[in-house]
Design a protein around this ligand. Structure first.
Ligand code: 5GP
Length: 345
């Protein structure tokens, strides 16, 4: 047994140190980025935020709304191909990813989507545990089969596995285990890694070999999204922050006169019952089911998130999103905000 004693950090453990800046206004800040991905050699330009491939968040309606902001939606893997087709006939190709797992059925699904929509650009290969040899070999196999698709692979939380997946063919590695808002992996297994430290360490590893990372999970306020970029994330993926909207899926409920939408983890009992008819006997649920206050049109939430990040940039003197991590000094704190009049979120 070994213990690593260095303290690892979550978003709640730090704040940005403000710095002198020559920026006049938030309007001057550019939140778009342009990447040339290492393995596919594809060029992509947009705002590097992603809606998670959870079935309540990664919906076609979400993709239509977020594409207007140049934000990517990772569509959930249970979409029948014919429901995806109309989305890709519009301009959403740059801002929608096809998700799948690593079972043969998933790989066949990908082939079917490819036959019907050959122009899609992103594949999101998603498993709860990206540390298995099988996962790395499927990444290599998918890279072989689709040399010019932008491949996202995850999830992992340590540098050596980020390097391995990029060397096997991934362009972007998804980072985060146990940090999600409806995730119970840490409770069920005791496994995890504080998300900000995971982002800092994994982005360093990815950039060293010419790849990119996504900070996936754990953002609860716009400031957390900015902190993920500050820590070196190239993309930030959001689940809970985009749940409960008009464009999200999930049953609408009225509780004490207020409207809520159901939101659940993809490994929750709710999701497993929905898609597999049961929680298989050898596994346990690693996700929660919650009711999120209904928040209306997602465009308002997106404007608030982008406005928050722009403001971060002016506080730290970053003219572009690309400059954010260079301009970042984090200070460790024991309190985030004054909550005397209630929780700020
Ligand atoms: P959030 O933004 O809600 O904090 O985190 C979203 C992320 O949580 C997703 O993109 C995914 O990586 C992760 N996630 C989604 N469902 C589950 C689940 O049932 N169990 C676990 N362990 N993680 C989940």
């Amino acid at each position: 047994m070994r213990i690593e004693t260095e303290i690892k950090l979550d978003y709640k453990d730090v704040l940005f140190r403000p710095k002198r800046s020559v920026l006049q206004s938030r309007e001057e800040v550019d939140l778009t980025r342009k990447f040339t991905f290492k393995n596919s050699q594809q060029v992509w330009e947009g705002v590097p935020i992603m809606a998670s491939n959870m079935d309540t968040v990664g919906t076609v309606e979400m993709a239509k709304a977020l594409a207007q902001h140049k934000i990517i939606t990772c569509l959930h893997k249970f979409y029948p191909v014919d429901l995806l087709q109309p989305l890709f006939q519009t301009a959403a190709t740059d801002f929608a990813a096809i998700s799948c797992g690593i079972k043969e059925d998933d790989i066949n699904y990908l082939a079917k989507v490819h036959a019907a929509i050959p122009d899609f650009r992103f594949i999101c290969l998603d498993v709860a545990n990206g540390y298995t040899q099988r996962f790395a070999s499927v990444v290599a196999r998918i890279r072989d089969k689709y040399p010019d698709k932008i491949i996202i692979a995850g999830n992992v939380v340590t540098g050596e596995m980020v390097e391995e997946l990029i060397l096997r063919g991934a362009d972007i590695v998804k980072v985060g285990i146990g940090s999600g808002s409806v995730c119970t992996t840490r409770i069920q297994t005791g496994v995890g890694y504080p998300q900000l430290s995971a982002v800092i360490e994994c982005s360093d590893a990815a950039h060293g070999v010419g790849g990119q990372i996504i900070a996936d999970g754990g953002c609860v306020v716009p400031g957390d999204v900015a902190k993920a970029f500050g820590g070196g994330a190239d993309f930030v993926m959001l689940g809970g922050m985009l749940a409960g909207h008009e464009q999200s899926d999930g049953e609408l409920q009225t509780i004490n006169g207020e409207q809520y939408k159901v939101f659940y983890g993809m490994s929750s009992e709710t999701a497993m019952n929905k898609y597999y008819g049961e929680v298989a006997g050898y596994r346990s649920s690693e996700g929660k089911t919650v009711a999120v206050k209904y928040r209306g049109d997602v465009n308002n939430t997106i404007k608030s998130i982008l406005g928050g990040i722009r403001s971060t940039c002016t506080y730290i003197g970053a003219r572009t999103l690309k400059d954010v991590s260079k301009c970042t000094t984090f200070i460790r704190v024991s309190q985030q905000s004054n909550e005397v009049f209630g929780k700020n979120s």
